[in-house]
Design a protein around this ligand. Structure first.
Ligand code: ATP
Ligand code: MG
Length: 565
């Protein structure tokens, strides 16, 4: 496993791992048990990946185990599609829960019995106030709440009503079960929180067995206790819920006493990490689906061509802190480039083709030239690329009037065609509209492979494709989904969606080896970036997604930071 987790050393320093290490050292726990508890109401995103790497990572490093538990207490928003996607995403990230797959719904009977236990102990009551009234009674941060007039109901009456709630005698919203804690508490979560609500809705797992469902707060800690979770790790927004979490653990005959620890959620620049908003993008047709390559979902990231290893590296690099911050998305992209640079095969592809005819190259002749598959990985070997009289080059690699510092092809100028020959542009052919449609060039036969015997070295090396052998392809060029690093800062997320986040290029041409790529495989198009074969590909008609360009802005940001320091 160690080779799978570069950066693992850096991870070890965070405060949660320090707590786990101390609990094991002191003998408080014999082994560590964590869990990842998604609600199946959407697809997982890169923020969840941070939590997955943390929970499963700790279990791995300390020889414990991590459970996958679906927090499926709200049947109106949860679907089997999400459950299946979550399982496959966690596996893709490289983690395995073994036999430890659980659902909060597995515990509905036990949770109900514990609710009855609280009622019997005079610590919970059935409230007939409407949802609006409950809200009005709750008070504010500065004002205490008001007790409900049903708060003093006799225990027997509460038991009877709660049982009838379960039996389905009342419509949705007619009554709730609340804990009787303290309406004047400084912590609003302790002002008689709702434990059960009536919801006549079928559940993906329990069907019509229930028409009352526990709240997140009533289900979560008790589920942890049932499973023997030692460290219940969640994001900071649950910090204020911890006293309630502990109140249930103290007031119920639970089989173990888990403790909750909070860490800062991941926020990423140019990115929105909210399942609700991502669902909206999907439903409004703003993207190609949950797995659109621009989405920050794990399945979108995978379709984009990001390797799982890069996400794990990223999680290790950002670490775990107690204070909220925004991580520069360039850091995630850096981790992706780092892995792909080592792994991705180099190939030739021309996105916006311009025809080149080598006038002094014999008609009908085809040569095979050796091309290196990956300079970072000698084991990847070489392949043969075909060269002939008519070629395609990238349109932007030619300028009729080259500006200063433009070293690529121009009239009269010589450049190197990678792995092939030095060629010189002799003539520019234009159409009636004055657009350049073809370049007439000559080649120097003595420069086969790209080196001139007299040592002359052109300033530019271009990629190219033999016209007779090129395979047509569609390439989807992706950029950030949002125009600004802090989407929604002006109050309207949709207004910040970038109109240029996807550009579909139709007339691209790629080398024949690219017809062999598997869906999901990421290659480097030389000089252009990393590209991943999309599931929309058809035989003879590959579709590639641009994963990233080659330019690593994170390295620049870091270098600048060091200069300033
Ligand atoms: P969202 O806020 O995107 O709707 P959520 O918190 O409602 O997500 P859950 O399914 O409840 O989604 O989350 C499962 C786990 O993932 C929780 O423990 C939660 O704390 C964690 N998590 C969610 N978002 C992030 C994030 N941005 N960074 C780190 N962990 C996260
Ligand atoms: Mg949540």
């Amino acid at each position: 496993m160690s080779t799978d987790r570069p950066g693992g050393e850096r991870e070890r320093g965070d405060f949660i791992r320090a707590i786990v290490a101390e609990d094991l050292r002191s003998g408080k726990h014999a082994s560590v048990v964590t869990r990842f508890p998604p609600e199946p109401n959407g697809y997982l995103h890169v923020g969840h990946a941070k939590s997955i790497c943390l929970n499963f990572g700790i279990a791995q490093e300390f020889g414990g185990r991590c459970h996958l538990r679906f927090d499926d207490t709200n049947p109106t928003k949860e679907e089997q599609e999400y459950i299946d996607a979550i399982e496959s995403d966690v596996r893709w990230l490289g983690f395995d829960w073994g036999e430890h797959l659980y659902h909060a719904s597995d515990y509905f009977e036990q949770l109900y019995a514990w609710a009855v236990h609280l009622v019997r102990a005079g610590k919970a009551y059935v409230d007939d106030l409407s949802a609006d009234e409950i809200r009005e009674h709750r008070g504010t941060l500065t004002e205490p709440g008001k007790e409900s007039r049903y708060r003093t109901r006799p225990i027997e009456e509460n038991l009877d009503l709660f049982e009838r709630m379960r039996k389905g005698e009342f419509p949705d919203g007619a009554r709730v079960l609340r804990a009787k804690i303290d309406m004047a508490s400084g912590n609003i979560n302790l002002r008689d929180p709702v434990l059960y609500r009536i919801l006549h809705a079928a559940h993906p797992r329990t069907g019509d067995a229930w028409c009352i469902y526990p709240t997140y707060d009533f289900a979560h800690g008790q589920s942890d206790a049932i499973e023997g979770i030692t460290h219940s790790i969640c994001t900071l927004e649950f910090e204020d819920h911890r006293p309630l979490y502990d109140w249930f653990i103290e007031n119920l005959p639970v089989p173990s006493r888990p403790r909750q620890y909070e860490f800062a959620r991941l926020n990423l620049s140019y990115t929105v990490l909210s399942k609700r908003f991502l669902l909206r993008l999907v439903n409004d047709g703003r993207v190609r689906g949950w797995d659109d390559p621009r989405m920050p979902t794990i399945c979108g990231i995978r379709r984009r061509g990001y390797p799982a290893e890069a996400l794990r590296d990223f999680a290790a690099m950002i670490g775990v802190a107690k204070r909220d911050s925004v991580v520069d998305v360039a850091m995630l992209e850096h981790c992706v480039r780092d892995v792909l640079n080592r792994r991705a095969a180099r190939r030739f592809a021309v996105l916006r083709p311009l025809k080149v005819v080598i006038e002094n190259y014999p008609e009908g002749r085809v040569e095979e030239l050796d091309a290196v598959n990956n300079p970072e990985d000698p084991g990847a070997g070489t392949r043969r690329v075909r060269f002939s009289r008519e070629l395609w080059i990238e349109r932007e690699d030619f300028r009729e009037d080259p500006p200063k510092k433009f070293y690529r092809l121009a009239p009269g100028r010589e450049v190197r065609l990678r792995y092939a020959y030095l060629v010189t542009c002799r003539e520019v052919v234009k159409d009636a509209a004055g657009d350049v449609v073809e370049l007439r060039c000559t080649y120097d036969p003595a420069t086969r492979g790209g080196d001139a015997p007299d040592g002359r070295r052109p300033k530019a090396t271009l990629h190219w494709i033999s016209a007779a052998h090129a395979v047509p392809a569609e390439v989807r060029v992706y950029d950030h989904l949002f125009t600004r690093p802090d989407p929604g800062a002006d109050g309207d997320l949709l207004a910040d969606l970038s109109p240029k986040s996807e550009e579909v290029l139709d007339g691209c041409l790629v080398e024949p080896a690219l017809a062999e790529v598997r869906v999901g495989e990421t290659v480097q198009f030389e000089r252009l970036g990393y590209f991943c074969l999309d599931p929309d590909s058809r035989p003879g008609r590959p579709v590639f997604n641009r994963t990233l360009t080659l330019k690593d802005t994170w390295v620049r940001i870091q270098a600048k930071g060091q200069e300033e320091a």
